[in-house]
Design a protein around this ligand. Structure first.
Ligand code: EPU
Length: 337
């Protein structure tokens, strides 16, 4: 197993925060997963499992073992007439995997194109965008704990909005090794529930849209409003869309009738965090190299050499201001380390 000491992890986090980890383990082979999982299960050493580092903010040097997931491989496990089971090694890049599926006739994940990160991180926080969540297609996950391999079926994983059992303390020491999706093969089955997708299809005069068209629509939509982390350091949505009591939300809507609200269940509604941050005046705001993207208020950016602390301070400022104006408390989606 490749191990580096006192390693600069700027390239391992999409915020491009220039910081040092005490030790980094790069897991490539199955044995590396077994060894690393044994080590963390049997010691109190501070550790962190890193996928693409695309949902994390390092506010200081990391004093412990950083586990970087690097295994590669895509396998077609079952290929039926209507469905296929496709397994991806946890270290595979998410977007490249989605692209592989669309080009090979395995459909469903196309709405999740261009999400930064690696396969292994997708079930942990149940990534979602443009009308779907990865749990809609997840079949099973293989993970190592204390040197042994375990398999979880989708129904064991308690998926919720940006949530799964892998966020529970009990499962924090499981290292995801492989993720299998059950994908369909129907070229006519697409998800256009998101307004921007329908508008793209109309604008392009596509009569019978197929999954590949959705894939292109998503790339277009995302590139128009989200910064490319390879160019501007960021971790996607910095905050979650807050879920509140539906009564409280409808009271707020009287004051702010243009506020986007999504129903969660009979008693709860989700408010657009981007709207709140935008209305609070932060869109395009910048303090040194830490700022808010000018085309989407939910994206905090490192425009050059911002420290994790500067980004954190900006997020605190946003939380306070939004609470002061709307009485709503934003919760970070990004993990703080
Ligand atoms: N809006 C503003 N100002 C802005 C941006 C947006 O007022 O600067 C309003 C618009 O009215 C818009 C609404 O906010 O209609 C919602 O914006 P958007 O459609 O971009 O979605 P979002 O709720 O901000 C969520 C996910 C994204 C995902 C998109 C698309 C969360 C925290 N974020 O964003 O996920 O791509 O929906 O489905 O749930 C991520 O998690 O990193 C991520 C990018």
């Amino acid at each position: 197993m490749r191990i580096e000491k006192k390693y600069n992890i700027k390239s391992l986090n999409t915020f491009a925060i220039d910081t040092i980890a005490e030790e980094v383990m790069f897991l490539e082979q199955k044995e590396d997963f077994a060894d690393a999982s044994k080590l963390i299960a049997n010691s109190d050493v501070n550790h962190l499992i890193l996928g693409g580092g695309s949902n994390i903010l390092f506010t200081k040097d990391f004093n412990g073992i950083l586990i970087s997931i690097e295994n590669k491989g895509i396998k077609i496990v079952e290929d039926g007439e209507y469905f296929a089971l496709v397994s991806f090694s946890a270290g595979e890049n998410w977007h490249n995997s989605v692209e592989y599926c669309v080009h090979n006739g395995y459909y469903g994940l196309e709405n999740l194109a261009l999400i930064p990160g690696k396969i292994g991180a997708a079930p942990v926080q149940n990534i979602g965008a443009y009308g779907i969540e990865q749990c809609d297609f997840l079949h099973s996950v293989k993970a190592f704990f204390d040197g042994e391999e375990f398999e979880f079926l989708a129904e064991d994983l308690k998926f919720g909005y940006r949530n799964s059992i892998f966020k529970d303390e009990k499962y924090k020491k499981y290292i995801i090794y492989e993720v299998t999706y059950k994908l369909h093969k129907d070229k006519e089955k697409i998800n256009t529930s998101y307004k921007d997708i329908r508008e793209f299809i109309q604008k392009k005069d596509i009569i019978k849209p197929q999954p590949i068209d959705i894939f292109h629509a998503i790339i277009n939509i995302r590139q128009a409003k989200l910064p490319d982390p390879a160019i501007i350091g960021n971790a996607g949505s910095f905050f979650k869309n807050p879920v509140y009591d539906a009564h409280l939300v409808s009271k707020l809507q009287i004051k702010y009738p243009d506020m986007p609200v999504y129903s969660v269940d009979d008693h709860h509604s989700k408010i657009s965090a981007a709207y709140l941050i935008d209305k609070a005046g932060f869109k395009g705001f910048r303090k040194n190299d830490a700022g808010v993207f000018n085309k989407h208020a939910l994206i905090l950016c490192n425009f050059g050499n911002a420290s994790g602390k500067e980004i954190f301070n900006l997020s605190e400022e946003i939380i306070h201001k939004v609470r002061e104006i709307f009485g709503v408390t934003l919760e970070r989606e990004v993990i703080l380390v």
